[in-house]
Design a binder for this molecule. Structure first.
Ligand SMILES: Cc1ncc(COP(=O)(O)O)c(C=O)c1O
Length: 372
């Protein structure tokens, strides 16, 4: 392997000739590039795949979360519970809706929101929980559903990283009141940018449609438009949808590839107290979008791999560590323990066995030398 050249990226979107031809032939030659026929087809296909009634396509996963919150009439001063370990988008969507994010610590074993600690944060101002299925790993969703029911608050799933990942025989994102997905480049399918909100609730669905299209009901026809509420423009174009429709054809292949990547790492990496993978329940349909790794010498491992052509991705800092949401680590001890100790291994759809072998060999060499 050559030094200082990246041989293996953390992720690389898989858009093949078939996807591009589909876009060229179906949209650029025939359809207007606005939201339209292919957007409806994309939504329908996702509804069928995830066994959910309603799907609303929008501009990004961030906006999917924002729309989900707005459809629940979240207002200034409302409190929304979120995990302290997530991509900033989850918390920024709460801020965009004018609400206050309440940060809750995570579990040691799965990096997902801690249900017991969460219960202690519920008060009269609490209106919803957003649970995040980090890397495609399902959070304790049925317990969370019970908690939400008991306290009469809503449950939103940030399933941005968990498209077609399953827990307890159901697709993640379809268990709470609303689920939000992202199709940005590192995801299992990508349309450049984009996202969907899903729900089984008809009245939330109707609100979502108005919110994303200037508050209009029915067709958008200028003078004949009926404006029922305040709304915005968060439409999702035919251009994006066509790429999505095309990639959905290979979704099972994509799922298998990501699962195989993780299982290869699991079988071949040396693990001990200083270096450890987080498990996925692949037998029951959890899809490891990205393989996440704890390493006591994380930054050294990252640099060593980079020098040898392997790009890993450093895990996000905990939200409370970031400037706009700065607060102490009180009651956030697990997040503190993992701060700067986690990374994602290359998790692309085009890694082959030889690539994976090379990556494992390098990680194991590092472990033997520095982590015994
Ligand atoms: C956990 C999580 N939530 C939300 C988002 C936001 O999605 P988008 O980038 O499509 O806005 C992402 C995107 O990477 C994510 O990983």
């Amino acid at each position: 392997m050559k030094k200082n050249k990246i041989d293996f990226n953390f992720v690389s979107p898989k858009l093949d000739r078939r996807d591009i031809n589909f876009l060229l032939n179906n949209i650029l030659k025939q359809e207007i590039p606005n939201e339209g026929k292919y957007t409806r087809e994309f939504e329908k296909k996702i509804a069928k795949l995830l066994k959910i009634k309603y799907v609303v396509a929008t501009t990004s996963g961030t906006i999917a979360i924002y729309l989900a919150l707005k459809s629940l009439n979240i207002k200034n001063g409302d409190e929304i519970i979120v995990p302290n370990i997530t991509f900033a988008a989850t918390v920024n969507a709460v801020s965009l809706a004018g609400a206050k994010p309440i940060l809750v610590d995570i579990n040691k074993n799965d990096l997902l929101i801690d249900t017991e600690k969460l219960k202690r944060k519920i008060n009269k101002k609490t209106k919803a929980i957003i649970t995040v299925h980090v890397s495609g790993r399902g959070s304790n969703i049925l317990d969370l559903k019970r908690v939400a029911k008991k306290y009469k608050i809503k449950l939103i799933e940030d399933a941005a990283e968990a498209f077609i990942s399953k827990k307890q025989k159901k697709y993640l994102g379809t268990i709470g009141d609303l689920g939000c997905f992202s199709f940005s480049p590192p995801k299992i399918i990508t349309t450049g940018q984009g996202g969907v909100v899903v729900t089984n609730n008809l009245s939330l669905y109707k609100k979502l449609l108005q919110l994303k299209n200037q508050g209009r009901v029915g067709s958008s026809n200028g003078g004949q438009d009926r404006y029922e509420s305040i709304g915005y423009n968060f439409k999702y174009t035919n251009l994006q949808s066509a790429l999505g429709v095309s990639q959905l054809k290979s979704i099972q292949y994509r799922k298998k590839k990501l699962t195989d990547n993780y299982l290869f790492y699991k079988r071949n990496l040396i693990q001990n107290k200083k270096i450890k993978l987080f498990e996925f329940d692949t037998k029951n349909g959890e899809v490891p979008l990205w393989t996440d790794l704890y390493c006591s010498k994380r930054d050294e491992l990252h640099k060593y791999l980079l020098k040898n052509g392997v790009e890993t991705r450093l895990f996000w800092h905990p939200i409370n560590y970031c400037k706009p949401y700065k607060q102490s680590f009180d009651n956030l001890e697990v997040s503190k323990m993992f701060n700067e100790k986690l990374l994602w291994l290359p998790s692309t759809l085009d890694l082959n066995k030889n690539d994976l072998k090379k990556i494992c060999l390098l990680v194991n060499n590092f472990t033997k030398k520095y982590l015994q």
